[in-house]
Write a protein that binds this ligand. Structure first.
Ligand code: AHG
Ligand code: MN
Ligand code: MN
Ligand code: MN
Length: 289
């Protein structure tokens, strides 16, 4: 099953074809480099390498006017301006959960295709999704029509689910940050959820969100006392994941509103990130009101 918009299809096909190469290329790139990324975080060799590989390929697609990455300070202009043409802007987290590389745990690649110049509100997304480097390499793609899941192998993608939806009954939860750093109102909500659901927290947003899409529940990286904007980046993580979960029938929130409605100031803005079953997100927002 291909995506109807030819430019989006080319973006998705490029990422699918690159996924097998990225997975293979993780071997031997598990160390860190001296540099820091624009969020001030230590970079893994694989972060830089995956960004260069994806950046070159995605920026050369006709119809992609901008490329931006968690690993690069500025947007790369690579064609028509998405603000004044029908070109798209592609935002990528080349390797999500790269700290899991050392411990060989799940990681991912996240992408968002925006019909606007970056930084942009998530409402301007026309497609978003992620590759999950788990026991199987899978790809989840959300468009305004559906959320589909594929298995990737040798550059090919095989459709395994054409209508991914968040299951009605929530089962799992995962909350990031350290418990003493949680604001009291969030901690009270978390204590309720901990009594109702099973803990699943793997340290990579993509792995944890895929659990929520598969079993139902909620994932949150909340606003912390020490960092009120939380840890995760709106353009590269919050918006694409919020779009996927909302298209799958769930909700997203920064604690007050849909992540897709948050107006960004800067390309690397962070935002509290909550996704999952709608009633759980409703309860979260009530607890933080
Ligand atoms: P990235 O590797 O792209 O920087 O993302 C890491 C993020 C996200 O994947 C995950 O949910 C979160 O960091 C985990 O943070 P902690 O290590 O603080 O739990
Ligand atoms: Mn990082
Ligand atoms: Mn990430
Ligand atoms: Mn990353």
């Amino acid at each position: 099953m291909t995506v109807s918009d030819p430019v989006v299809e080319e973006v998705v096909a490029t990422i699918s074809r690159s996924a097998t190469e990225i997975r293979q290329g993780l071997i031997g790139r598990r160390g860190t480099v001296d540099g820091e990324n624009p969020s001030g975080e230590t970079q893994a060799e694989a972060d830089v390498w995956a960004d260069e590989l994806l950046g070159d390929r995605l920026a050369s697609i006709d119809g992609v006017g901008q490329y931006a990455s968690e690993e690069r300070p500025d947007v790369v202009d690579c064609g028509d301006d998405p603000a004044t043409s029908d070109a798209y802007a592609v935002a990528v987290d080349p390797l999500d959960g790269s700290s899991n590389l050392k411990s060989n745990n799940a990681m991912g690649t996240i992408f968002g295709v925006y019909d606007a110049a970056l930084p942009a509100r998530g409402e301007t997304l026309v497609a978003a999704g992620y590759v999950l480097y788990g026991p199987i390499t899978t790809l989840v793609i959300a468009t305004d029509e559906t959320v589909a899941e594929y298995e990737l192998s040798g550059g090919e993608r095989r459709l395994v689910e054409r209508d991914v939806t968040v299951p009605e009954e929530p089962v799992v939860y995962g909350f990031g940050g350290r418990v003493p750093d949680w604001p009291d109102d969030f901690r009270a909500y978390a204590r309720e959820i901990e009594r109702e659901l099973k803990l699943r927290y793997g340290g990579a947003l993509i792995g944890d969100v895929n659990q929520v899409l598969t079993y139902g529940g909620t994932f949150g990286y909340p606003a912390l006392e020490s960092r009120p904007a939380g840890k995760l980046r709106l353009q590269f993580e919050g918006n694409p994941i919020g779009y996927v979960v909302e298209q799958a029938g769930g909700r997203s929130s920064d604690g007050e509103r849909s992540l897709l409605a948050v107006e960004p100031d800067e390309l690397h803005d962070r935002s509290p990130l909550h996704v999952g079953n709608d009633e759980l997100i409703d309860r979260l927002e009530a607890a933080l009101a």
